[in-house]
Design a protein. Structure first.
Length: 156
């Protein structure tokens, strides 16, 4: 996937050689390709029956397993450090802080299992615009979820 900075650099370098209309088209195509790659990565992680859609059951199994993998100290809550290791968290420290603030409904600075599962269920329901109980690749393309490699806790 092409990163935003890399895309900006490519566009800046191309600006002298391309008319504005071509630059807009190039930016649009890069964003579409990046979105398609994210959908492929989400499907590879979650779509266990490989039918090209994510069922509610597949999504639920995935998020439950993700929570267990992230809860490194097994206390039933995710702190900022644990949440930053997620494969589906947005990237960057500020974005992880934002995610924590969105999930942490009781404002104790941690995300309980219940808070995590409710947030993720709401994300599934938000994406399932046709209420079919499955997420299509098109619906997944609207996800705030982004795939990144699960990072290993350096303190273990």
């Amino acid at each position: 996937m092409i990163g935003a900075r890399k895309l900006a650099l490519c566009l800046a370098l191309s600006a002298a050689a391309l008319p504005a209309s071509d630059l807009a088209l190039a930016a649009s195509r890069a964003a579409i390709a990046a979105g398609e790659e994210q959908v492929r990565q989400l499907l590879a992680l979650i779509d266990t029956d490989q039918n090209g859609r994510v069922s509610h059951a597949e999504f639920k199994r995935f998020i439950e397993g993700e929570f267990e993998a992230l809860d490194l100290d097994h206390n039933g809550e995710l702190d900022l450090e644990e949440l930053s290791h997620s494969r589906i968290a947005v990237r960057g420290a500020e974005e992880v802080h934002q995610l924590l603030r969105l999930m942490d409904k009781d404002r104790n600075g941690k995300v309980s299992r219940t808070e995590y599962l409710r947030f993720m269920e709401a994300e599934f329901n938000r994406l399932d615009v046709h209420h079919t109980g499955e997420l299509t690749p098109r619906e997944l393309s609207h996800a705030i979820l982004r795939v990144s490699p699960m990072r290993v806790n350096p303190h273990k």
